[in-house]
Write a protein that binds this ligand. Structure first.
Ligand SMILES: *[C@@H]1O[C@H](CO)[C@@H](O)[C@H](O)[C@H]1NC(C)=O
Ligand SMILES: *[C@@H]1O[C@H](CO)[C@@H](O)[C@H](O)[C@H]1NC(C)=O
Ligand SMILES: *[C@@H]1O[C@H](CO)[C@@H](O)[C@H](O)[C@H]1NC(C)=O
Ligand SMILES: *[C@@H]1O[C@H](CO)[C@@H](O)[C@H](O)[C@H]1NC(C)=O
Ligand SMILES: *[C@@H]1O[C@H](CO)[C@@H](O)[C@H](O)[C@H]1NC(C)=O
Ligand SMILES: *[C@@H]1O[C@H](CO)[C@@H](O)[C@H](O)[C@H]1NC(C)=O
Ligand SMILES: *[C@@H]1O[C@H](CO)[C@@H](O)[C@H](O)[C@H]1NC(C)=O
Length: 914
């Protein structure tokens, strides 16, 4: 900026001399001096008498190294002999504390590469102070000591210095020093919204660097000399009291003047012309001017006048400084020209140049930072928990989510699930006032739920499930008015849940999970059949909140499922088989709304017994399938309503979820999530209109998905829900070919499509899928669903319908039995697979299908066992790259795997259908 202003500050504070020095404490009070990568104990540096400490107590990541011995010589300070390097993590930070709040501090880091890793690399990385970019370090000379120094205002009790890997080599650091200033020094340049980075700091006429103890703030003043100058010096103290920059007397006691002529010129180069710079020139007259001798000079920078008719005061430190920054040049030259009437040439004692560092990035709210720091140290957590918790966004701490608008960032989500935390829930959690989601599940927390959690007034989800918490649920949790989910399952509470929580749970405002029903209430108003209460904990269900599901969903999307030959590992899904989703979306629609959603019922996507199925699109853009039905009996309406309302509460990733329902006049409709890829049946019979055949891996995954959905109905719902009509047309596929079970939970009067539907007496189901035992004794159990699922498995294996057309319409189970007796798996497998399958898993699935379709329910596995078996099949399928599948004769295989398969495959009982 060409128009930068300059100020001369003359100091005539006589009183300053009368005030005793305010530096009451030891001179190095507040200094932090770290020899990075030095594992040894503290030592005193001989040049400063300052004590340097190992960095262990400031950082817990990175590795220690020594520079190579050929870089060690007498001119290299001990401080540079070792370093800490950070091969892991994008951002690694030192936390320096305490720093005196509201004062300016100097922070200085040095870097000497010394080819410590033997790679002779050139390295570039970034330094941050807190959340803001400080400097880009460019390390090219292994024998050079690079320095970064900045002046900054401490806004909190601690500050973090971070090394950021920018992909150009491993960041490292040799030393780190922090020096607090007093008396508001540098207050013109440093405030809450800006810091400055040192460009150069020079001491004219000196032969050595000046630093601590001569400079009480341990600034380093490097000597600056030119052959065309001569030195002036004084043994008298130069008074600097009241000077905002407090240049030490030792620096001011030397100065230079031109050896001849009346012009004194010096310059420096800026790193970039865009750097916004501040310069401070320090002057003090060192000669007692006698008689009529005068020293008067004009000061120009790059030819522009900066100050006129200047005369430095005798033995008093004075400065000329830029009030606003200047920029635009790569070299800046100062000219000090004596005016024509001056008898003496110009002098100068010292100068400093800084570049402006705008603090654009807001740091996390200090209260949140303090709380997280305390939690981190209390539980000795490592992770990437360094630097600011929320900012910059790219380096947010693992397990946290933050809000960034408005400033400052606040922590809104904390996920410390399965982190191995022990002991009591630490009090610092209570300071995180903005937290909405707090997930501390699956740790080993013990003791009672602390009262203070009731002060987290923003909480929406509190998950303390699966810890060792005891005692009673504190009344203070009633204060959490925004709470929507409270999961306390898997602990050992006694007593009942506070009344207000129960009431809110009853009113559907709060989803409460407990091992036993902690709410003592009579639920006479509800019919037993209608109540489908999900008591997640009874079956060890893990409640995961919507976010979690969203996360899993995203992961799944990224993993993709389109691969024709193999299934990607889905470890997230495996570990969360018992997951459970709560939807906040379920709602009642009016007929008019349905009209709008379906664009006046234009797009028919199916027709079932229930009625027509239409495609629709919610205001949110979510696609839905709407099953319409017109009813005549008001009795049916009532039953329907009860069931529909309960169904909206059942969520599992492998169940088609009910988004809502409509009961409006004669309209009765169920609004389901839309399953883009249609039904499994359509795919197997090639009616989906997609040319691609489902690969073996995809079939296995679909089988596992569907089995998980059924398992959830059987074990995750209280009372258990028996589907009654498991079949390939009720297994629907999402865009990513994730399978979900549809058409469950409605009593038989609303059940399923009539077209394929047999309803004689009390038998409900679809020919080919009906459990023979049920057919005989009308006893419907979970095992009936298992039978039907077995038939679906056979469909997946063979690609054929359950009743295979041909002479006498053979049932698929019989057909398989016949082929098996010839020991021939090729005959059985779907020929559209063209031999592209893993024989081991094929045999296993076949065995599983036959066990599912065993004659009697007691011989069949549970859906949970089915899920387990399918998972064990999927693992080899994942591992094997199907390009190198080994084809093995059926009988060899069966021998190899017979131990695992048990007797059913080889044994005499082959299931048959009546
Ligand atoms: C360091 O301390 C010793 C002993 O007090 C003293 O003799 C020496 O001069 C000091 N060195 C510096 C640089 O102050
Ligand atoms: C720091 O300064 C702010 C604003 O001037 C003030 O509110 C706060 O109390 C000060 N903190 C300390 C520790 O002096
Ligand atoms: C800073 O530290 C002091 C004393 O340790 C403490 O009282 C204060 O709350 C802290 N301030 C902040 C913002 O952390
Ligand atoms: C200083 O001024 C006196 C008269 O006031 C004059 O005689 C003398 O020559 C001057 N000296 C110099 C060095 O100019
Ligand atoms: C300062 O003096 C030198 C040499 O006498 C001259 O070349 C230069 O132009 C002068 N600078 C200014 C700004 O007057
Ligand atoms: C110093 O500045 C004054 C005021 O602009 C001017 O009259 C004078 O010529 C300047 N002297 C030099 C040597 O530049
Ligand atoms: C919590 O973290 C775990 C493991 O990192 C993850 O699987 C889960 O989805 C997260 N939960 C939430 C609510 O984000």
């Amino acid at each position: 900026m060409a128009s930068s202003s300059w100020c001369l500050v003359a100091l005539f504070f006589a009183i300053a001399a009368t005030i005793p020095a305010a530096h009451g404490q030891s001179p190095q009070a507040g200094f932090i001096s770290i020899d990075c990568g030095n594992p040894k104990s503290d030592y005193v540096d001989h040049s400063t008498n300052l004590t340097y400490v190992s960095d262990d107590r400031f950082i817990d990541v990175g590795s220690d190294f020594y520079i190579q011995s050929n870089y060690i010589n007498s001119s290299v300070p001990t401080l540079q002999f070792n370093l800490r390097s950070f091969p892991d993590g994008l951002r690694n930070c030192y936390t320096l504390k305490p720093v005196p709040q509201n004062s300016t501090y100097l922070v200085r880091a040095t870097f000497m590469y010394g080819n410590y890793d033997g790679k002779n690399s050139q390295i570039q990385f970034d330094l941050h102070i807190g959340v803001n970019h400080w400097k880009t370090m460019n390390i090219s000379d292994p024998s050079a000591i690079y320095t970064a120094e900045a002046l900054s205002l401490a806004t909190a009790n601690s500050t973090s210095i971070c090394l950021v890997n920018t992909g150009r080599g491993t960041p490292f650091i040799s030393s780190l020093e922090l020096r607090p200033f007093e008396n508001g020094d540098y207050g013109e340049y440093v405030n809450a919204s800006q810091s400055v980075v040192l460009v150069t700091r020079r001491n004219f006429g000196a032969s050595d660097s000046v630093r601590f103890p001569d400079d009480p703030y341990d600034r380093v003043w490097s000597p600056y000399m030119d052959p065309s100058w001569s030195t002036l010096s004084s043994t008298s103290e130069v008074n600097n009291s009241g000077n905002m920059f407090e240049p030490p007397s030792a620096v001011m006691q030397t100065a230079v003047t031109p050896a001849s002529g009346s012009q004194l010129a010096f310059y420096w180069d800026s790193v970039s012309p865009d750097d916004e710079l501040y310069a401070v020139l320090h002057f003090a007259e060192l000669q007692k001017l006698t008689g009529n001798s005068t020293r008067v000079f004009n000061i120009t920078r790059n030819g522009e006048s900066r100050f006129q008719w200047y005369t430095p005061p005798y033995l008093l430190a004075e400065y000329i400084y830029s009030v606003v920054p200047f920029e635009g040049s790569s070299r800046y030259e100062y000219d000090l020209n004596a005016t024509s009437d001056s008898t003496l040439p110009p002098i100068i004692n010292a100068f400093e140049v800084y570049s402006l560092m705008q603090l654009t990035q807001a740091a996390t709210y200090p209260g949140d930072v303090d709380a997280m720091m305390a939690i981190k140290s209390h539980y000795q957590l490592k992770r990437n928990w360094m630097g600011d918790p929320c900012a910059p966004k790219a380096y947010v701490w693992d397990g946290l989510n933050c809000s960034y608008n408005p400033d400052p960032p606040r922590i809104t989500n904390i996920n410390l699930t399965s982190t191995g935390l022990t002991g009591e829930i630490y009090i610092s959690f209570a300071m995180l006032e903005a937290v909405k989601y707090l997930d501390l599940s699956h740790n080993n927390f013990s003791g009672a739920i602390p009262d203070f959690l009731g002060s987290l007034s923003s909480l929406v989800v509190l998950d303390l499930s699966f810890n060792n918490l005891t005692g009673t649920v504190p009344d203070s949790l009633e204060n959490l008015v925004s709470l929507q989910i409270l999961n306390l399952a898997g602990n050992n509470f006694n007593g009942s849940v506070p009344d207000k929580l129960c009431k809110r749970s009853d009113a559907g405002l709060l989803t409460l999970r407990l091992d036993k029903n902690g709410c003592n209430k009579a639920s006479s108003s509800r019919s037993k059949i209608a109540i489908i209460v999900i008591i997640a904990a009874v079956s060890g269900l893990l409640l995961l909140v919507v976010i979690l599901v969203a996360v899993v969903w995203n992961i799944k999307k990224q993993q993709g499922r389109s691969s024709n030959t193999s299934v990607q590992p889905r470890s997230v899904v495996y570990s969360q088989q018992r997951e459970h989703q709560i939807s906040f979306e379920s709602r009642q629609f009016t007929y008019t709304q349905l009209e709008n959603i379906t664009n006046k019922f234009t797009m028919v996507i199916g027709k079932g017994g229930f009625g027509m199925v239409y495609h629709g699109c919610l205001e949110t853009g979510k696609q839905v399938a709407i099953k319409m039905r017109s009813v005549s009996s008001p009795q049916g309406m009532k039953e329907f309503l009860a069931e529909a309302q309960n169904l909206t509460k059942i969520y599992h990733r492998n169940l088609v979820s009910l988004v809502g329902y409509c009961m409006d006049g004669n309209c009765l409709a169920l609004v389901y999530e839309y399953m883009k890829q249609g039904s499994l049946r359509d795919h197997l019979r090639d009616k989906a209109g997609c040319a691609k055949v489902l690969s073996w891996g995809q079939r296995l995954q679909i089988a596992l998905d569907a089995a998980q959905g059924l398992d959830y109905l059987h074990k995750g719902c209280k009372p258990p829900i028996i589907h009654r009509d498991v079949k390939s047309s009720n297994i629907l596929l999402s865009e990513e070919l994730e399978a979900k079970i549809g058409d469950f939970g409605l009593s038989k009067s609303f059940h399923s499509d009539e077209l394929t539907h047999v309803s004689t007496g009390t038998v409900v189901g679809t020919p080919g899928y009906i459990d023979p035992e049920y057919h005989q004794n009308y006893q419907l159990t979970e095992k009936s669903d298992v039978y039907s699922f077995g038939v679906v498995l056979l469909e997946l294996i063979t690609g054929r319908p359950p009743i295979v057309p041909g002479p006498g319409n053979v049932h698929i189970v019989k057909l398989i039995a016949a082929s098996l007796s010839r020991g021939c798996i090729e005959e059985i497998m779907d020929e559209t697979l063209q031999g592209e399958y893993d024989a081991t898993s094929a045999w296993k699935i076949l065995d599983l299908a036959l066990r599912c379709t065993a004659d009697t329910g007691s011989q069949r596995p549970t859906m949970f066992e089915v899920v387990t078996q399918l998972k064990s099949c999927l693992k080899p399928e994942i591992a094997s790259n199907s390009n190198d599948i080994i084809y093995i004769e059926g009988f060899n295989m069966s021998r190899e795997i017979s131990s695992e398969m048990g007797a059913s495959l080889l044994g005499p009982t082959v299931p048959s259908i009546r």
